[in-house]
Every structure is written in C-alpha cells, then in structure tokens.
Write a protein that binds this ligand. Structure first.
Ligand code: ZN
Length: 435
C-alpha cells in the first residue's frame, strides 16, 4: 500500500542547530520509502500516476508530519512490573523486587509484556526502540508481528549465561530476513557481569558482526565499586575490555569525567540518556550538554517501565530539557530543537541508520508520524517547535507509519484488541505472583 499525505505541515529535522524550519507540502510514500515531498503542488499528479493504483490518501490539514521517535534504551517487557516496585534505591530495587520477580517469569510472559509495551510505544509515536532483556527472542517475535522497528539485545548477568547463550542465536534467527530488526549483545552492567563474561560478549559480537548495548556509569555506587575492583572508571574499564571497538550504545553515562567523555567521543560510543529513570532512582544527572558539546552522540530512552513508569518519549524529551536546564543552572542549555534532534536524528545515528531514519527526506525510510496540532496547547503558533517539545503529548499522535505501513490511524492502533490485551495482562501478572 502506498500513501499520499495531502497538505500537511512538515518538520523534516534536517536543518542545523537553531535553524528549525517547517513548511507545507504533500508527501508521497511508496514501497516503504518517502518518494516525494511536494512543496508547490507540481509533482503530486505524477506521483499518483506512478503509485496511485494501490494508494491510501490521508488528509494532512491540521496535522504536522515529523520523523517517528527513536527510543534508544528500554526493557519493553518490564511493563509486567509497572507499579510493582517504586520509591526504592537502585540496588534494593533490583535485589529485593525486580530480580526476584524476573526469576519467576518465562518466555510467554515476556512476549505479553512486549505486546503491551509495543502498543504503548506505537500509540505515542515511537517507531523504533532499542531493547535489552531476557528471552529477547520473544520480544523479536512480537516486534516482527506488530510492524515496529527494533534493535533487540539479549541480556546477560553472571547467573544467566546459559540462558543468554541460547537466547542470542534464537533472537538472531527470529530477526533474520526482517529489515526492521537488528540484534546486539547486552552485558547488563559492569557490576553484574564478570570480566570473563563481558569478554565472551565481545567475542560473540565479533563472531556475528553485531554491536553492543549496555548500562554504564549509572550510579555513584557503580563507579566506586568498579574503581575499587578494577582501578578504572566504568567507561575506561569497558574500553579496556574492547567493548567500544564495537558499535556501542551505553545507557545512562551519568558518572563520567572529561577523560571518559573523550573516550566516548573517540570510540564513537552513543550515550542513551534516560532522564526520568535517573530522576526516579536518584541516580544523578548525566552531563548531556557537555557530552554533546564534546562531540558525543546522545539519544533519548525511557528505560524500563519499572523506573519511569511509562514508555512516553514526549515526557522523556521534556524531562531531558527541564532536568538539564535545572542541573546546569542555565535556561539556554538544550533548546527545544536540539532535544527533538536527540529523539530523532541522534537516535538514528546511535543505531547506525543516520540519514535513513530520524528525518523526513526524499529517499529516507518511511518511519514517520502525524501529530494533530489542532489542540488548545498548540495555539498560538509563535514557535511550533517549542510548542511540540514543551506541550506535545502522546495523545496528540494521530498516525504512525513504520516502513511505509500504517500502524496507528486516527489515534487508534490498527489490528490490536486493547481490552483483550489488558485482561490478559491482569490475569498473567496474578499468575506470576502465585508462582
Ligand atoms: Zn535500563
């Protein structure tokens, strides 16, 4: 099915810093790519001649077209634990609540958690997510079925190596032949994985030609522990183990010094900034502005729903801006357009798809969203970019297109029975707690 979006505003996200621009155009999508951005009406007729036989027309009046949002760090199946463990520090939160709960869950639980999380992400305009979890093969299955784009990272800690060694090839097999799915290896963190096991992860990445995804420099306790054990900061320790010789996404990067930042830049490591998780778990404030100024690519992630507690990138973007302004004591830090870029352009770069995703451009992959801007909070329009960042909400997302397929239309997710999904989730978590 080809798509013609008539007469919408377009925010292409291709302009440089401080040059945000949007314009009115008719946009044509065919065979999964953006084929036409017609600003003067001169090309729509020929597009329709070429692609019109199997074409859906969307009225773009009152709507803004922009790239789909890219969530660069999450654990989507943790929807199972939403509201289960709150208001605790990281280590007791993990040791006393999350890990005991996770010890009881099986592959089908993860599949159900992923189904709810993916629906939540699509409805709020996220078109790509970078995941890390156990039974990642199950997440791959649901991502494949629902049509979203995903980077799937089977995760290990020392006590789960055996399960990981099975999950990685199973996830690779599940993702094979689907352009929307890629795979990475995820050592959970320097405090939960031995040196030997991290090196095993590096070896597997080289064997399969895939990248890394990890938690790094999240808390002060982690930094002190790694320094005590290995005499290095978490960033230097992972660099020394050869992790950064692979394409790497490092989630958090809160406790970093100038030398760490130089390593991240020189090795092309992308940081995944998770402001709401960092605030909720009191982990600290990542020096995002300093990372960006020093040439480190920084994307935005929600982290899992146990430490957020939702998968809403609009809230995450706004939190990113507000938190950094507060921490830097500088309202000029991270202006609106810069934060929108983090959630689109930088996200695409983090997963090695710069120019293909995160922009509305002819030739780019058609992962785009339409925002309903006929809402009270979008008026007046002094600055539509500022309105989007500071007032935009998940509920404003009208249409979501991934790989040229419409997955959300008129604010409703296509082909998913949400009440049945809610009922299945309630039944399942009651069962898990009884195990
Ligand atoms: Zn995480």
């Amino acid at each position: 099915m080809n798509i013609l979006i008539e007469n919408c505003l377009v925010l292409p996200m291709t302009a440089g810093a401080g040059e945000a621009q949007y314009f009115r155009a008719t946009v044509g999508i065919a065979e999964g790519r953006i084929r036409m951005i017609d600003r003067d009406g001169s090309r729509t007729e020929s597009f329709c001649r070429q692609w019109g036989a199997d074409m859906q027309v969307i009225d773009g009046q009152g709507k803004l077209l922009m790239p789909g949002l890219i969530n660069v760090h999450t654990h989507v199946a943790m929807t199972l634990m939403r509201g289960f463990a709150d208001d605790l520090p990281l280590m007791p939160w993990l040791n006393d609540k999350i890990w005991p709960f996770e010890a009881k869950i099986d592959r089908d639980d993860v599949a159900l958690g992923a189904r709810l999380g993916i629906a939540e992400m699509l409805l709020s305009g996220t078109t790509t997510f970078v995941d890390m979890y156990w039974y990642e093969e199950a997440v791959a299955e649901i991502a494949r079925e629902t049509g979203i784009r995903a980077v799937l990272s089977p995760c290990f800690v020392d006590s789960r190596m055996e399960a990981f060694e099975k999950d990685l090839p199973a996830t690779l097999e599940r993702a094979a032949g689907c352009d929307r799915l890629t795979v990475r290896v995820a050592p959970h963190a320097p405090y939960s994985c031995s040196k030997e096991n991290i090196l095993r992860g590096v070896e597997l990445c080289h064997r399969y030609g895939i990248g890394m995804h990890t938690h790094l420099a999240e808390t002060q306790a982690e930094m002190e522990q790694v320094r005590k054990l290995h005499g290095l900061s978490p960033i230097r320790y992972f660099d020394q183990l050869g992790v950064f010789d692979l394409p790497t996404i490092a989630a958090h990067c809160v406790w970093v010094d100038d030398d760490d930042i130089a390593i991240l830049r020189d090795k092309g490591v992308s940081a995944a900034h998770n402001p709401q998780s960092n605030m909720k778990l009191s982990s600290g404030v990542s020096p995002v502005e300093r990372l960006l100024q020093n040439g480190v690519n920084v994307g935005i992630g929600t982290d899992g729903t146990s430490s957020n507690n939702d998968l809403d990138m609009w809230e995450e973007m706004r939190s990113c801006a507000f938190l950094q302004k507060l921490a830097d004591n500088d309202p000029c830090t991270l202006p609106a357009y810069e934060v929108l870029k983090m959630a689109t352009v930088n996200g695409a770069k983090a997963i090695g798809m710069e120019g293909e995703l995160g922009v509305v451009e002819e030739g780019a992959i058609a992962d785009v969203i339409l925002i309903d801007i006929e809402k009270t909070h979008f008026y007046p329009r002094h600055n539509l970019v500022a309105n989007l960042l500071y007032c935009g909400k998940a509920a404003d997302v009208d249409t979501v297109i991934v790989d040229g397929r419409i997955l959300v239309a008129g604010g409703k997710i296509v082909g998913v029975d949400l009440p049945a999904l809610y009922a299945a989730m309630e039944k399942r978590v009651a069962e898990i707690l009884r195990r």
